[in-house]
Design a binder for this molecule. Structure first.
Ligand SMILES: Cc1cc2nc3c(=O)[nH]c(=O)nc-3n(C[C@H](O)[C@H](O)[C@H](O)COP(=O)(O)OP(=O)(O)OC[C@H]3O[C@@H](n4cnc5c(N)ncnc54)[C@H](O)[C@@H]3O)c2cc1C
Length: 374
């Protein structure tokens, strides 16, 4: 069974992807690299093409052993970056699958999973981030539609999204978690305005989204009226699991490249640098191996992995700063986007629920410790 799967997967990959080229010390390695809008558009096109191929061949939704086998095979090929589709695939699709009506699933799931539709997550607001249930964007019923008005923020990829998964308040009189509903907003509908937010890395990968009297058919509601919190939790858990797997996005030769930089600067024998490099290797291995542990509750594993990945990335930033010093801001010629790595890394411990929130989740839900005062 497994052998047949691997054979079929290899035939498929051979037919569609070139083998992975050997990396040299000067190859470009995207490490939280910012890209311009032309490259972003090309990445999106390539992601859509690749996801459609995966979906049509039955490789888009693998889990367990098959997912691991397929991922191992992929490492041998030059694989298009699926980043522009990840919100749709890992955040929005799971909520539709678990909470959506049969009609909603039929309308959106295949096109989301095939990468035909892109999506963004319209959860956070200026006064609702960690305290997400405080969202104030209102939806008021009008016939068969909802009229949605409010402001969302930090909406990754909203500038190229077809759909927005919006958490909105439908009952302002209910206790805050009980008055929320999840719905799919057509990002091209009248009243949707997307404004880019410039980050300190120089890029603008997320946005403010202003919703002014946007009409959303009730048929595009995900899950029951005022049952949005539970549906949103499905998206958030799935996002956390995906972010916990982010260690796979750290290039495997990161430590070697830093060691090479240390050698070039005459720091190869420096005990403080060696200790940092050793600790970094251990932190990356801990994050990778924790992601593979089968004995942990998957929800707890997602929070733990996300914390471990963030710790490893923080150590990588410290190590890079110690090794490169002011050269961090220059082109080191080793292909790494070091400046963007350092400036972009704080985003990891904020996105998808901050480190503090992950620790509270672990303490309260998984260790049974007393709840935070609210
Ligand atoms: C790269 C990136 C992409 C993102 N993409 C999206 C997206 O696509 N869609 C979307 O809706 N949102 C997105 N976000 C927003 C993200 O979910 C929020 O930034 C995050 O939940 C934190 O909310 P906040 O920024 O309002 O900070 P706050 O909630 O105001 O937190 C500020 C600080 O207080 C701490 N804090 C707050 N409450 C507690 C508590 N109870 N206990 C202990 N400490 C606490 C936090 O840990 C943090 O350090 C993204 C964020 C980033 C960085």
């Amino acid at each position: 069974m497994t052998e047949a799967f691997v054979r079929a997967a290899r035939t498929f990959l051979d037919a569609h992807l070139p083998p992975r080229a050997p990396r040299s010390a000067t190859d470009r390695v995207a490490l939280l690299e910012e890209i311009d809008s032309a490259r972003e558009a090309e990445t999106l096109r390539a992601a859509k093409r690749w996801q459609a191929l995966l979906y049509d061949a039955g490789f888009a939704e693998l889990d367990g052993e098959r997912a691991r086998e397929f991922a191992a095979l992929l490492a041998e090929y030059e694989v298009p970056d699926l980043q522009p589709l990840l919100v749709g695939l890992h955040i929005v699709a799971p909520a539709i699958r678990e909470h959506g009506s049969a009609e909603l699933k039929a309308r959106y799931l295949p096109r989301l999973l095939r990468g035909e539709l892109t999506a963004c997550q319209l959860f956070s607001e200026p006064d609702a981030g960690s305290d997400l249930a405080a969202v104030r964007t209102r939806a008021v019923r009008e016939g068969e539609d909802w009229i949605v008005t409010g402001q969302k923020v930090w909406s990754s990829g909203a500038h190229h999204a077809d759909l927005g998964e919006a958490l909105v308040r439908t009952d302002p009189d209910a206790p805050k978690h009980a008055g929320l509903t999840l719905m799919l907003v057509d990002m091209r509908a009248p009243g949707v305005e997307v404004r880019p937010l410039r980050q300190m890395t120089g890029g603008a990968s997320f946005n403010e989204v202003f919703l002014t009297g946007v009409r959303v058919p009730d048929a595009d509601r995900i899950g029951p009226l005022n049952g949005g919190w539970k549906a949103a939790i499905t998206s958030l858990s799935s996002e956390r699991a995906a972010l916990g797997g982010a260690v796979d996005a750290v290039p495997p030769d990161l430590v070697e490249r830093l060691a090479e930089q240390a050698r070039r600067r005459g720091l190869a024998g420096d005990p403080a640098i060696l200790r940092r490099l050793g600790r970094l290797r251990a932190a990356l291995a801990a994050a990778r191996l924790t992601g593979q542990r089968a004995d942990l509750d998957p929800a707890a594993a997602a929070s733990i992995s996300k914390l471990l990945v963030n710790r490893a990335v923080a150590q990588a930033v410290e190590t890079a700063s110690a090794v490169l010093g002011p050269a961090l801001a220059a082109d080191t010629g080793d292909g790494y986007a070091w400046t963007e790595f350092v400036l972009g890394s704080p985003a990891l411990r904020i996105a998808g629920g901050t480190d503090e929130i992950q620790r509270s989740i672990l303490a309260e839900r998984h260790l049974g410790l007393p709840r935070d005062p609210r």
